[in-house]
Design a protein around this ligand. Sequence first.
Ligand SMILES: Cc1ncc(COP(=O)(O)O)c(C=O)c1O
Length: 330
Amino acid sequence: MPLVNDADILNRVGNTPLVDLDSLSHDGVKYFAKLEGHNPFGSVKDRAVFWMIKDGEDRGILKKDKSIIIEPTSGNTGIALTGIANVLGYKVEIVIPDKVSNETKDIIRNLGAKVFETSDDLCPKVGAGTDQSIALATSIASSRPDTYYSPNQYANEANFMGHYVGTGPEIWKQTDGKVTHFFTGVGTGGTITGIGTFLKEKNPDVRIIGCQPQQNHLIQGWRNFEESAKPDLFLKRESVVDDWVSIDNDEAFSVVGEVFRKDHLLISPSSAAVYACMKKYSVQDDACVVGIFADDGRKFKSVYAKQNVMTEDEFDSSLKSAKHMSELAY
Ligand SMILES: Cc1ncc(COP(=O)(O)O)c(C=O)c1O
């Protein structure tokens, strides 16, 4: 049974660990991963969702016992929304591309959301008429505007704020202000703009580096800007990004085993993509490099088996011995 009736769960959003990546750190250069899988519903999206729901309540748009929350998402936002809405007593409907891993869809269903599947690419594309999941969510929401509330993570400033007042300051404190390079992928842009803006206010020399997956990629939660328009939230502060690193599916999947053997972490595809970007990017001798590991590997057994990253048996035994697997609220 999911542990979703405990309001203390919400106190566990944020304050995630920053761990040393022994496999990359060398001489004077230090590499760290910010393990967002330690949020109660298992990903970086708990932060954005917590802030967006609170903001909806504060502005009186989201009403207890009346509103239904609806959102198009490629996975983690759906899990976070359903989990946090359960704690706070809201109903949730999630519109999700059918390519998202079955484990992800099962978690959302088991947490109690009504799920609509669409035959989209992995990440909902932003832009009128380009994406079925956004179109379907918008059409359902507009049919009963007094009942439905869509946080719209692609434009919601509260998504940015969760990182500007939370994740950014945490990274600054956890590195004693020594961070020189910050890496993350981009879905809505809340993570990169929120953290990037905060870190640059503290030290304008910090380099903010975005990770770009290939077109038609398999990195759940990310978007490629050639095949999908940039979200409004990202566009508002895109100048915070100093540099981009491109990464293809094979490069990302190829490091999953290496990170398990050397760092004892069972990482997700997007964390693998961040790791691979950090690995191939040149930094100076005294650099302090931080990457976002947006969730952990536990939802990706079927994806890793299909992509020949590891067999299901190898996955099960890795899961048993992996370090830093958090206790989830479901
Ligand atoms: C799985 C996953 N979801 C979401 C994000 C970040 O998303 P956003 O740009 O929406 O903050 C990342 C970033 O690395 C990610 O890896």
